[in-house]
Ligand binder design. Structure first.
Ligand SMILES: Nc1ncnc2c1ncn2[C@@H]1O[C@H](COP(=O)(O)OP(=O)(O)OP(=O)(O)O)[C@@H](O)[C@H]1O
Length: 241
């Protein structure tokens, strides 16, 4: 059986993107570390526009993942302002932050953190269900997304262990796009992949950013991958330049 995407289901219109999808102003983040707290982010400011991909490079321990965690509203900044889709996240309750994250932010981690017992399609449906979507609407959208990230329809019913690393990362990206996010945060998506597959995934991210109009932040050690971004910023000891 072949699965044809329902062409009546539209992607979020990139021509009508959210204004100010992601903005960080003078953000500082400290972790408790013995006597003196460790400053992981030091007055970091960053604005990413809809349809723009910004790469963040820098040595290990410089604060790249911390930046993503703060932008994802998973960690609260000690000072400064983080706004997602124009909303200052410090004004929100924990519940409102979770909702904002579900509705506005797509997150792609280093390893594709897929649920082992679910098929590719079910990974996306599980997210749609959390968002309260009906299966009848969610299924065609899930299939459209899987198709748009280049996963062949014959593989939509495979579980993660039956997919290659590159295919898993495609499912991971499709899952992150399920809610039609304004912001896409991506942490080292190529680290588990060989060079060719890594390049394909970065190519896919540039395409997704353009087509879905996301404000994308790509954290990577890979200078070549970073070169595909509109801007490349460097993190050094918690400072972004
Ligand atoms: N939960 C934590 N508690 C205390 N210190 C932490 C915690 N998480 C990270 N750090 C420290 O904060 C600094 C920044 O870490 P972060 O993970 O953001 O760096 P990174 O640039 O993403 O590194 P890598 O490239 O190795 O993933 C490091 O010095 C790290 O040891």
């Amino acid at each position: 059986m072949t699965h044809r995407p329902d062409t009546a289901v539209k992607e979020p219109a990139p021509e009508n993107p959210v204004r100010n999808p992601l903005s960080l102003e003078g953000v500082t983040l400290r972790y408790p570390d013995g006597e003196r707290p460790l400053t992981a982010l030091d007055q970091v400011s960053l604005e990413v526009e809809a349809g723009e991909m910004v790469a963040v490079v820098g040595p290990s321990g410089s604060g790249k993942s911390s930046l993503l965690a703060v932008a994802a509203t998973l960690l609260r900044a000690d000072s400064g302002r983080v706004a997602v889709a124009g909303v200052d996240v410090s004004t929100l309750s924990a519940r409102q932050r979770t909702r904002l994250r579900r509705e506005r932010i797509g997150i792609v981690f280093q390893q594709a953190n897929l649920l082992p017992s679910l098929t590719a399609e079910e990974q996306l449906l599980a997210v749609a269900r959390l968002r309260g979507e009906r299966l009848a609407a969610a299924r065609p959208r899930a299939r459209q997304l899987l198709e748009s990230v280049g996963l062949e329809s014959g593989k939509w019913h495979r579980r993660p262990h039956q997919l290659s690393g590159g295919e898993r990362q495609r499912v991971n990206i499709a899952r992150a796009l399920t809610g039609g996010p304004s912001v896409l945060l991506v942490d080292e998506p190529t680290s588990a992949l060989d060079r060719q597959r890594g390049e394909q995934v970065v190519e896919l991210l540039t395409e997704v950013t353009r087509r879905h109009g996301t404000a994308t932040v790509l954290v990577t050690h890979d200078r070549r991958a970073a070169g595909r971004a509109a801007r490349v910023l460097t993190m050094t000891d918690g400072r972004l330049s």
